[in-house]
Design a protein around this ligand. Structure first.
Ligand SMILES: Nc1ncnc2c1ncn2[C@@H]1O[C@H](COP(=O)(O)OP(=O)(O)O)[C@@H](O)[C@H]1O
Ligand SMILES: [Mg+2]
Length: 407
C-alpha cells in the first residue's frame, strides 16, 4: 500500500494499536500520546471480534495478540492478509517461543516484541518498520492471466491452483496474492474455494472514483490459506457488461496492492480484455487435446497477435491431457507440432483429484501433495530457482496500465 509511505520522522503519522490489555493500552498511550507528531488510535478488544482494520493513512499497526489462543492467532492472520503489503504490522505477545516466531513470520508481520515492551523499543521498532524498504515503491505486481480457448477447458481450475502456488512461493513468508474472477457471468473461483463472493460492481459503477483501497478491502473475499479473491456473486440470467473504466480501475488497484495477481478470464472478449492482456506478465491460453481444441487455441493466439502485436506472448496449455499407449487420440508430439512455438505444456487429467479439491474448497496439493497437475503448473509459473528453499521470486513485474482500451 502506498498511502503512508511518505511519512518521515517529524511529520504527522498515525499508529493503530489493537489490544485487549488495559496495561498495554495505558503504556502505549503514555508512549505515543505525548507526541505531537504521532496520532494514536487504540482499538480495544479481542482481535477475533474484529473483521478488518481501517488502515487509510496509517504508518504502523501494532497488534497485541494472545499467542496462547488459536482463535486470536487466526484473527491476526486474517487481519494481516486483509491489510496486504502496507502498512507493516508489529505483533506484541505475552510469551515467546520459536514455533510462535515462525508462525508470526509466516503471517508476514514486520517485527514482533515480547511484553513487557519498553517505550524505546516500541518507538524504535515502529519507526524502523514504517520506513519502506528501499526500492519497494518500484515493486509491482506480477500478473498471470488464464484465457479459455474452448468452454470447460479448466481455466478456473488452473487459475486457482496457480494463485495457491504463487501465494506459497516465498521462502519465508506468504506472498500477497490475489485471484480475480473476471468471468462475471459464470464465475466459479469463489465456489471452487468455498468462499462468499463480495464484489459488487453495480454499487461501484455509478461512481467509479469511490473505488479506493478501503472499498476494495470490503469487496475482497479471503480464503483460509491467506489468498485474497475478487469475485462477484453469479447472476446466470443477467446479460450485462460493465463499464470498462470500473473494471480497469479495479484491476489497477488490485495490482498496486498485491505481489501476484491471477486473472480468470471469460471466453467473451470485452472492451477491457485488451488492457488485461497487455498488462499481463504471463498469458496462458487453456485448451483441450482435441482437434477443435487445438484449432481454437491457434486461432486465439493469432487473434491476440493481430490485435495486440507482439506485446503479450500467449503460451498454450493443453489441460486434461491423457496419453495412453495404443489408444487413439492426440499424442504430445502431435500437439506440439500443431501448436508450434506457443505450446507451453500438457497438464495431466486427474478428475477425481480435481473434483475432491473443488468439493472441499482446498488446493490440489492439500488433497495429494506432489500431484502431477501441481508439479506441471509449478514448472510453468515459478521461475526455475524459486522452488528451491531460500529463494524467492524477484518482483520484476510490469504494471497493469489503467488506460481502458475501447473497441
Ligand atoms: N487437469 C484436470 N484433470 C481433470 N479434470 C479437470 C482438470 N482441470 C479441470 N478439470 C475439470 O474440468 C471441469 C471444468 O473445469 P473449470 O476449471 O471449471 O473450466 P473452465 O473455467 O475453463 O470452464 C471441472 O469439472 C474440473 O473439475
Ligand atoms: Mg471458469
Amino acid at each position: 500500500m502506498r498511502i503512508g509511505r511518505s511519512i518521515t520522522p517529524g511529520i504527522h503519522a498515525r499508529v493503530v494499536v489493537l489490544t485487549a490489555d488495559d496495561a498495554f493500552e495505558e503504556s502505549v498511550r503514555a508512549i505515543f500520546g505525548a507526541s505531537a507528531q504521532i496520532g494514536l488510535d487504540v482499538i480495544k478488544g479481542k482481535l477475533s471480534q474484529r473483521d478488518q482494520v481501517d488502515v487509510e493513512g496509517v504508518a504502523v499497526v501494532v497488534a497485541d495478540v494472545d499467542a496462547g489462543d488459536q482463535a486470536e492467532l487466526h484473527a491476526l492472520e486474517r487481519i494481516i492478509a486483509r491489510i496486504g503489503n502496507w502498512p507493516p504490522v508489529v505483533a506484541v505477545t505475552q510469551s515467546f517461543d520459536t514455533g510462535m516466531a515462525r508462525r508470526l513470520m509466516q503471517m508476514r508481520v514486520a517485527d514482533f516484541l515480547v511484553k513487557p515492551v519498553s517505550p524505546v523499543e516500541l518507538v524504535q521498532t515502529c519507526a524502523r518498520v514504517a520506513k519502506a524498504p528501499a526500492g519497494s515503491e518500484a515493486t509491482e505486481a506480477q500478473i498471470f492471466t488464464f484465457l479459455p480457448a474452448v468452454g470447460g477447458a479448466g481455466v478456473t481450475t488452473l487459475a486457482v491452483q496457480t494463485a495457491m502456488l504463487l501465494l506459497n512461493s516465498g521462502a519465508r513468508q506468504k506472498a500477497a496474492t490475489c485471484l480475480v474472477d473476471l468471468d462475471f457471468q459464470h464465475g466459479a473461483c469463489a465456489d471452487y474455494l468455498d468462499i462468499e463472493p463480495r464484489l459488487n460492481l453495480g454499487e461501484i459503477e455509478p461512481r467509479p472514483e469511490r473505488l479506493d483501497r478501503q472499498l476494495l478491502e470490503v469487496m475482497l473475499s479471503h480464503h483460509a490459506s491467506g489468498l485474497a479473491v475478487v469475485a462477484t456473486p453469479n447472476r446466470p440470467a443477467e446479460m450485462r457488461s460493465f463499464d470498462p473504466d470500473v473494471v480497469t480501475r479495479l484491476l489497477d488497484l488490485v495490482s498496486t496492492y498485491f505481489d501476484f495477481v491471477v486473472f480468470d478470464m471469460p471466453r467473451t472478449w470485452f472492451s477491457w480484455t485488451d488492457s488485461v492482456l497487455l498488462g499481463s506478465n504471463k498469458l496462458f491460453i487453456v485448451s483441450e487435446a482435441t482437434v477443435p481444441g487445438l484449432r481454437h487455441a491457434k486461432q486465439l493466439v493469432e487473434a491476440i497477435r493481430e490485435r495486440l502485436g507482439e506485446g503479450p506472448k500467449p503460451q498454450v496449455i493443453i489441460n486434461r491431457f491423457e496419453q495412453k499407449l495404443f489408444s487413439p487420440g492426440l499424442r504430445r508430439a502431435d500437439i506440439e507440432q500443431a501448436i508450434g512455438d506457443t505450446f507451453a505444456a500438457c497438464v495431466p487429467n486427474n478428475y477425481s483429484l480435481v473434483r475432491e479439491a473443488i468439493d472441499r474448497g482446498v488446493p490440489l496439493d492439500e488433497v495429494k501433495p506432489g500431484n502431477k497437475i501441481t508439479t506441471q503448473l509449478k514448472r510453468l509459473v515459478l521461475p526455475s530457482g524459486a522452488a528451491k528453499p531460500g529463494k524467492e521470486i524477484a518482483g520484476t513485474g510490469k504494471k497493469l496500465r489503467l488506460s481502458p482500451a475501447r473497441s
